[in-house]
Design a protein around this ligand. Structure first.
Ligand SMILES: Nc1nc2c(c(=O)[nH]1)N[C@H]1C(S)=C(S)[C@@H](COP(=O)(O)OP(=O)(O)OC[C@H]3O[C@@H](n4cnc5c(=O)[nH]c(N)nc54)[C@H](O)[C@@H]3O)O[C@H]1N2
Ligand SMILES: Nc1nc2c(c(=O)[nH]1)N[C@H]1C(S)=C(S)[C@@H](COP(=O)(O)OP(=O)(O)OC[C@H]3O[C@@H](n4cnc5c(=O)[nH]c(N)nc54)[C@H](O)[C@@H]3O)O[C@H]1N2
Ligand SMILES: [Mo]
Length: 759
């Protein structure tokens, strides 16, 4: 396992400067193009960028932020979108010659950055335990092997089918249909590690696991709250929406332990003013809260609003509360009893700032609450979101223009994949529809999520693991444990575009099946094909790559799935091969099976984009009781002992999840390294640490010693007793046992650690 750790310690020329106070501008465009032109031919870059996020063009494979109706003439993409397409469209190929030159052991010693830089996978590859190298295999043999191994397992539940959120609706639909015909609901996906807490909280309180706002709501809003999100890096085009909102008079409040540049000031590179370096201040109030104390803050705010409303009843929306919600009395009783000063101390904030937030809320009701991983990846992640919903319900701020919930999604089609049935806990209604449409009895037992899947595969029982995209090993917690889980499988199959660490910890047998990506043209018997995706706000639209395939061997994701399905479950109920001659046929099946997709092909032809049904958006709460629920929510149970610190694992500006574009985190002033610990100066002093020497982070959850070595301390503006490190380098410190209540999401943003100085 030591190779696994070694590979994470890559130091180039390190440099630390003051964090930036503004994001984007021409500098952003410059950096993006610099990265793109280093790896992609110029004509290809231009061709892709011209089509990126345009109607009938390529949907950006980066984040899921929606496209505005009026696309900018200067291109509708951001710096990190350019990096995403450069990563996919790069000229280099990790082909059969590459694999013959590099053995598994050697590749395990390389960084994630190096693995990505080797280029696109171009040919199916196979390896057996004991072999040193992956070797080419024909598609025919690969499909037969997968079918044979799947059909040989003792029971269908001895398999795990993972999905990452870049997969199209068409691929996701075929995949889940095939898997359920095969006989299991073991469909873990990246959502389990991401917005699962949002889905659970929103379903329970409002009746749908998705957000309620549309892009236009930002332009109408009076107050936008941004909790635990770093849009300057992870959703840069959201900054344009915030800029417009501010011009229209909205106030923006940010709650985040770090002062993130994009939330301070934004120079819009799509506008002349921004190009000239004139920016718009974004946050009117910045609350630099301690890690996982958002619910403490919200409880104080809720109490103050309730108290104010005793004299000024219009501060809360009693009409809305009476008509549309349940549970208000219990909620009110709980909140009025909280001890403000105790809560305030936990947050590390000052009362004056908290009161400014209360005043802003008191006078407004067109309020949007945005959040991302800073709220979901904690033990009380579901509670965090439910408390935020309480605030919106109190103000009557859901189901009207300019107001509502906005969980800002991660992967570009993660929301669509769920809509298509990628879920280990499918509803009875969804399974009933599949049963009647396709004339088979789907499995009714709930399947495993990511954490449960790792435990299942660890049991040394020759499971079969299939991944439709993603990098299961590096994304999951407890890296060495997860590596063992993959190695214990009988067969591991990765349908991937790029080489990653998951490929290097294969089962008794391992397959890499290379596929076409978002930017590639898909040609099938009936001609060129388009695919579809759903953005973060429930809007469905098409995406069509425009680059000719680089290799005769590459197949699309739907094509690979249909072939595996045909060979595994046969063609008697679904004619898999005919479906992939013309993807309209897949969409016809989706029309019959998924609510909101009726006449799918016709809608795509006439309207190009369409909106899925969303009750809360129109003030209809689709819970089992037909009303929204006020809830009572837990605070973080964490206490850090002396010498302990609370760690959050976050993304740098130069990465997309486990894909590392570069070694800089420009906005945070970190260059040439990813093995860092952002830490408050006071903690450095208190713990007597020397920043000139590296440190080891460690913890001992469940009596198991976990550590990551060779990290550099960076004194940073972060609350005391909190530290930040990068994902995935510090995932070995996250125990599999630390997950959120009710959503089972790994608590990647609140892990207790200690620091040991290295000699
Ligand atoms: N370029 C790029 N774009 C991406 C991605 C990427 O890796 N790169 N990833 C995509 C995916 S899958 C996702 S899910 C999203 C992720 O998008 P984000 O959620 O923005 O990503 P993280 O880096 O995990 O950042 C979390 C933010 O939460 C803050 N935070 C941490 N703990 C707390 C807390 O306890 N309370 C509060 N209030 N804040 C906290 C951190 O300081 C940080 O600013 O982005 C998507 N878009
Ligand atoms: N510690 C810590 N861990 C985390 C997080 C965190 O904040 N902290 N965040 C979590 C979150 S929010 C998420 S979403 C997960 C992400 O988990 P994943 O989605 O599993 O990880 P990615 O890094 O996005 O996957 C990258 C790989 O996907 C493949 N790929 C890229 N494009 C395509 C494509 O078009 N088709 C196919 N078939 N393959 C493709 C490439 O081979 C690439 O190497 O990680 C989670 N893990
Ligand atoms: Mo995510």
């Amino acid at each position: 396992m030591s190779a696994l750790y070694n590979s994470l310690r890559t130091h180039y020329f390190m440099k630390f400067t003051k964090p930036a106070k503004s994001a984007a501008g021409l500098k952003g465009v410059y950096y993006a193009l610099k990265i793109a032109l280093k790896t992609v031919a110029p004509f290809k870059t231009v061709k892709i960028l011209k089509s990126l996020n345009q109607k009938n063009g390529i949907d950006c494979p980066g984040c899921a932020w929606p496209d505005p109706d009026h696309r900018s003439k200067l291109g509708e993409f951001c710096e990190n979108g350019v990096k995403a397409i450069a990563e996919e469209a790069m000229n280099a190929n990790a082909d059969a010659t590459f694999f013959s030159k590099h053995d598994i052991e050697e590749m395990r010693g390389k960084s994630d950055y190096w693995l990505g830089q080797q280029g696109r996978l171009t040919q199916p590859m196979y390896i057996q335990k004991g072999d040193t190298h992956y070797k080419p295999i024909t598609w025919e043999k690969a499909f037969e092997l997968v079918a044979k191994r799947l059909n040989n397992v003792a029971k269908p539940d001895d398999t795990v089918f993972y999905t990452s959120g870049r997969t199209s609706n068409e691929a996701a639909f075929l995949y889940q249909l095939f898997i359920r015909m095969f006989g299991t609901n073991n469909l873990p996906d990246c959502s389990n590690m991401c917005h699962e807490s949002s889905g659970v909280a929103l379903n329970h309180t409002l009746g749908i696991g998705k957000g309620s706002v549309k892009l236009e709501d930002f332009y109408d809003s009076e107050l936008i709250l941004i909790f635990g999100q770093n849009p300057g890096t992870n959703h840069p085009r959201m900054l344009s929406a915030l800029e417009t909102a501010k011009k229209n008079g909205a106030k923006v409040v940010v709650v985040n332990p770090l002062k993130e540049a994009g939330l301070l000031n934004f120079k819009n590179p799509q506008q002349l003013k921004g190009m000239l370096g004139i920016g718009e201040d974004i946050a009117d109030l910045y609350l630099q809260i301690k890690i996982n104390e958002d619910t403490s803050l919200l409880k104080i705010v809720l109490k103050r609003l309730l108290l104010l409303s005793e004299k000024n009843p219009e501060i809360i929306d009693k009409g809305f509360i009476d008509k549309k919600t349940v549970g208000f009395e219990a909620f009110q009783k709980e909140i009025l009893a909280v001890d403000e000063s105790e809560l305030l101390e936990r947050t590390g904030l000052n009362l004056e700032d908290v009161d400014t937030l209360v005043q802003l809320l008191a006078k407004r009701d067109k309020i949007i609450a945005c959040w991302s991983m800073g709220l979901t990846q904690h033990e009380n992640g579901v509670d965090n979101i439910q408390e935020l919903v309480n605030l919106l319900l109190l103000k009557g701020s859901i189901g009207k223009p300019g107001a509502g919930t906005c969980p800002v999604r991660g992967h570009s089609n993660v929301q669509g994949d769920r809509t298509m049935g990628i879920y280990e806990k499918p509803s009875k209604e969804f399974l009933d529809t599949l049963a009647s449409t396709f004339n088979f009895e789907p499995p009714r037992k709930e399947g495993v999520d990511v954490v449960e899947a790792i435990k299942l595969m660890h049991t040394k029982n020759d499971k079969v693991f299939v991944a439709l995209g993603g990098n299961f090993l590096s994304a999951a917690p407890d890296t060495p444990f997860t590596a063992k889980a993959l190695e214990n499988c009988g067969l591991t199959v990765h349908i991937s575009t790029k080489l990653n660490r998951s490929h290097l910890h294969h089962g008794t047998e391992g397959l890499i099946l290379p596929c076409l990506g978002r930017t590639d043209k898909i040609n099938e018997r009936s001609g060129e094909q388009k695919l579809t995706v759903e953005n973060s706000m429930g809007i469905v639209h098409s995406t069509r790559g425009n680059i000719e395939s680089r290799s005769e061997y590459l197949l699309s994701e739907p094509h690979i799935i249909a072939q595996i399905a045909s060979k595994t479950v046969g063609d008697s109920k679904v004619d898999w091969t005919s479906l992939i001659e013309d993807y309209d046929r897949i969409r016809d099946l989706i029309s019959k099976s998924v609510a909101g997709f009726e006449a799918f092909n016709e809608k795509l032809k006439t309207d190009k984009i369409f909106e899925l049904p969303n009750g809360p958006r129109v003030g209809k709460f689709t819970t089992d009781i037909g009303k929204a629920r006020f809830t009572s929510n837990a605070l973080s149970a964490h206490t850090v002992e002396t010498e302990e610190l609370m760690m959050m694992t976050i993304r740098s500006h130069d990465q997309f999840n486990t894909t590392i574009y570069g070694l800089d985190d420009r906005y945070r002033g970190i260059y040439g390294t990813r093995t860092v610990v952002l830490i408050n100066k006071e903690d450095i002093q208190k713990l007597g640490l020397n920043t000139a020497k590296t440190v080891t982070l460690y913890n001992d959850y469940d009596g198991v010693h976990r550590e990551v070595k060779g990290l550099t301390l960076v004194p940073y503006d972060i609350p005391v007793s909190c530290v930040a490190t990068y994902f995935p380098e510090c995932n070995p410190l996250i125990p599999l046992s630390q997950t959120a209540n009710k959503s089972n999401t790994p608590t990647s943003k609140s892990i207790k650690i200690k620091i040991r100085q290295e000699l």
